[in-house]
Ligand binder design. Structure first.
Ligand code: B12
Length: 245
């Protein structure tokens, strides 16, 4: 328990400075709700953390990352930035085996390696609202995407990665349920419809009252087509891919 608390403290303290939140979970909690094709291949009592970026990540991590010219232009700048800070964390925890799975990583069959929303839900970070959370489903054959809502940041955050410590066993960890902040049937329908059909108007992100949201500058960055984003950052060249935001 003491070793877990010390590790949790280090991970949280390191990432909080850059606008990230972390929540611990057991691999077993995650695998228990997923079909076997999505299971993470670690012992069920192994410790993992889900990493969220909150609105201040843009100021605290991304802008310094760009101005210190750390961008190597291998992939989307936000994804590169997240990967940079998580690698720094790994470096600072040299004595621990830590594996990082990013939200954008895919298996060769194109399935995501991490179901980020499920991880956020089982870790108690943000409730994952899915079609099955609505009793009288009005959508027929339509495909409806599920969405996580954070009690403080609503939809103004992203789920960036899972950190896995295969050698750290935490059988004593107690699961904390995520806060169900969109409880009426009507609001859940509104949420799932705005996320699925109108995500570009940002409205799903304000389904609850929020403490902080993306700045105008951050919104401008995300709505700028990838090909023009480097120019917006004062850099030359073009990007082809864009990160989830
Ligand atoms: C592929 C993908 C897309 C695809 C397809 C979306 C989809 N959901 O299938 C496309 C390109 C359409 C897309 C679009 C968007 N996306 Co997207 N996307 C992803 C990605 C990479 C994988 C999702 C996926 O394929 N899931 C696979 C399916 C099968 O999973 P599932 O439906 O959840 O099913 C599982 C659960 O139901 C679970 N389960 C079963 N029972 C239970 C019970 C419980 C209690 C629980 C917890 C789970 C559970 O079992 C199932 C599998 O066995 C994730 C990041 C990631 N790595 O997870 C981001 C992600 C879902 N996207 C995100 C966002 C924000 C968007 C966009 C708004 C674009 C943007 N600005 O970034 C749009 C919105 C949707 C739209 N209208 O287009 C965010 C959502 C954040 C949030 N608050 O929830 C994510 C998490 C990325 C991130 N970094 O934060 N996306």
């Amino acid at each position: 328990m003491a070793a877990f608390l010390e590790l949790e403290g280090k991970v949280r303290a390191f990432l909080a400075d850059f606008g990230f939140e972390v929540y611990p979970f057991k691999i077993g909690w995650y695998n228990a709700v997923l079909s076997p094709a999505f299971h993470l291949p670690y012992p069920e009592d192994s410790l993992a953390f889900v990493v969220l970026s909150i609105p201040s990540m843009f100021e605290k991590a991304f802008k310094p990352f760009i101005s210190q010219q750390q961008l190597q232009r291998i992939r989307d700048p936000i994804d590169e930035c997240i990967s940079y800070y998580l690698s720094q964390l790994k470096e600072s925890l040299k004595n621990e085996r830590m594996e990082i799975i990013h939200d954008y990583e895919l298996h060769p069959n194109k399935k995501p390696k991490l179901l980020a929303q499920t991880a956020a839900h089982v870790a108690g970070a943000a409730y994952y609202y899915q079609r099955k959370d609505v009793k009288n489903d009005p959508w027929g054959e339509k495909k409806i995407f599920g969405v996580c809502i954070h009690p403080q940041y609503g939809g103004w955050f992203a789920i960036r990665a899972a950190l896995i410590f295969p050698d750290v066993q935490v059988p004593f960890l107690q699961q904390i349920p995520p806060v169900d902040c969109v409880f009426s049937e009507e609001k859940r329908i509104q949420l799932l419809e705005s996320f699925t059909f109108h995500w570009q108007d940002w409205s799903y992100r304000d389904i609850v009252k929020v403490k902080e949201k993306y700045s105008e500058e951050q919104k401008t960055y995300f709505i700028t087509p990838p090909a023009e984003r480097l120019k917006l950052l004062g850099l030359e060249g073009e990007l082809r891919e864009s990160s989830h935001c």
